[in-house]
Design a protein around this ligand. Structure first.
Ligand SMILES: Cc1cc2nc3c(=O)[nH]c(=O)nc-3n(C[C@H](O)[C@H](O)[C@H](O)COP(=O)(O)OP(=O)(O)OC[C@H]3O[C@@H](n4cnc5c(N)ncnc54)[C@H](O)[C@@H]3O)c2cc1C
Length: 404
């Protein structure tokens, strides 16, 4: 667990370090970066906009890309205990019938497990070796002064100014801190024109099964985590306004038979439990480092959830970044950030492109296109659809391969 610590106390603790690092955002990428730097003897200052009781968020399927990172963090056992092994993956077509079933286990087992975990549980796993964080804090100014960066941290009660050798921007897809570093034209957004209601539904006995319904004008994904199923119900933006209940009614009329799991999660999604709508957009930053300031995770290249790889890539990037930083001193920061960007950016952008291609396949309004897709899906082996991801696993950065 992380100790909620005043930001000034974190700054004071970092003062003796050969490298004074500020990490903005204690999400998947920021927390991984900070924890890895801590294991290398540094005291990075970690700040987070949200309060300590942020909700569990959504479901994550994590590729074995994360295994070496978890090993470097010393939290493999905690991760296994907090997650479920996902083996089976089934797709239902536009009329609700099963059109293909795959074994993810069979596809990935030479690399490791594919596992399901809630974002909240992942946060707890990443934090399980302890550390500090300052909640409800953001950065309002970053200024390069001489051989350091001066940051102003707004804690809600005071503005605290401090000097750092490196600043890591890890505040996610809609990063505000990125706007202090890059011009708006250096960040390109990508919009699928779709979005999805995210809802926690009850677990069933198929704890290793991910099941999806690929409709024409609809998509439903169901993914197990420990004791729950994370569900996303997607439609185009035009259908959003009528609301979830109206959309589910329309979907059921269109596809009356979609198997017991989809039937149940649709019922539970409209039984009054909490849901939120996630717009299916992403973004790409032209530069991942500007002097002593580096971007990591979705702040650098944001992910659609379609390939289930954004969090895995965020953790891998955090690992590569932390390795580069931990091996350098204050004079080497700019070269370290440039080296990190050289290694990770092509990999992350390849995964992001794959996620966008899958979005084009999944989010489809036309009945004809959906019919062609159903037919093709019956015959396309998963190995073909996920070839880009297998390639990422095969070509992992050298240090990551060694850590396995
Ligand atoms: C519904 C959904 C399903 C997904 N499914 C998968 C999946 O199955 N597999 C997968 O690998 N990926 C999945 N992803 C993608 C994955 O969640 C992201 O790619 C990953 O979380 C990126 O990590 P991050 O640290 O960059 O951002 P985040 O995890 O979003 O963390 C950013 C952190 O920064 C904080 N913050 C925001 N603004 C500020 C600020 N101004 N100052 C300080 N802190 C700030 C936030 O509160 C947050 O804690 C999914 C995403 C969604 C939305």
């Amino acid at each position: 667990m992380l100790d909620q610590t005043p930001v000034q106390a974190q700054i004071d603790a970092s003062r003796g370090d050969r490298l004074r690092v500020l990490v903005v955002g204690a999400g998947v990428a920021g927390l991984t970066t900070a924890q890895l730097l801590r294991r290398r003897g540094l005291h990075p200052v970690l700040i987070e906009r949200a309060g300590p009781d942020a909700p569990s968020g959504y479901m994550l399927g994590l590729m074995p890309l994360v295994d070496p990172v978890l090993k470097a963090l010393g939290v493999v056992e905690e991760y296994v205990a907090a997650s479920v092994y996902m083996d089976r993956y089934r797709i239902r077509g536009r009329h609700g019938a099963l059109i293909n079933r795959y074994s993810l286990g069979g596809l990935f087992d030479v690399y490791g497990d594919y596992r399901g975990i809630s974002r909240g549980e992942l946060m707890r796993v990443l934090a399980s070796r302890g550390g500090t964080v300052s909640h409800r804090s953001t950065v309002t100014a970053l200024e390069r002064r001489g051989r350091a960066v001066t940051a102003v941290v707004d804690t809600g009660e005071a503005a605290v100014e401090a000097e750092f050798d490196a600043v890591i921007v890890a505040d996610g897809l809609h990063s505000a801190t990125r706007g202090l570093v890059l011009r708006p034209e250096q960040v390109t957004a990508y919009d699928t024109g779709w979005g999805g209601w995210v809802v926690w539904t009850d677990a069933d006995d198929d704890t290793d099964l991910g099941e999806e319904l690929w409709g024409a004008g609809s998509f439903v994904g169901t993914y197990p985590v420990k004791d729950l199923i994370g569900t996303i119900i997607c439609c185009s933006n035009e259908h959003r306004a009528a609301g979830l209940e109206a959309f589910v009614a329309e979907l059921r009329a269109d596809i009356p038979e979609a198997g017991p799991r989809i039937d149940r999660v649709l019922t539970e999604a409209v039984d009054g439990r909490e849901t939120y709508f996630w717009s299916l957009t992403d973004c790409r930053s032209d530069d991942w480092s500007v002097g002593r300031i580096g971007l990591v995770g979705d702040a650098a290249a944001g992910f659609l959830p379609t390939a289930g790889i954004g969090a895995g890539m965020a953790m891998e990037s955090a690992w590569v970044l932390a390795e580069h930083l931990a091996d350098c001193d204050a004079d080497g920061v700019e070269a370290a950030l440039a080296g990190y960007e050289r290694t990770q950016r092509p990999r992350v952008e390849a995964a992001q492109t794959n996620s966008r291609q899958l979005a084009k396949l999944l989010f489809n309004e036309s009945g004809t296109a959906a019919a062609v897709r159903d037919l093709a899906t019956r015959f396309i082996p998963l190995t073909t659809a996920l070839r880009p991801i297998r390639k990422l696993l095969e070509d992992r950065p050298a240090g990551l391969s060694r850590a396995r």
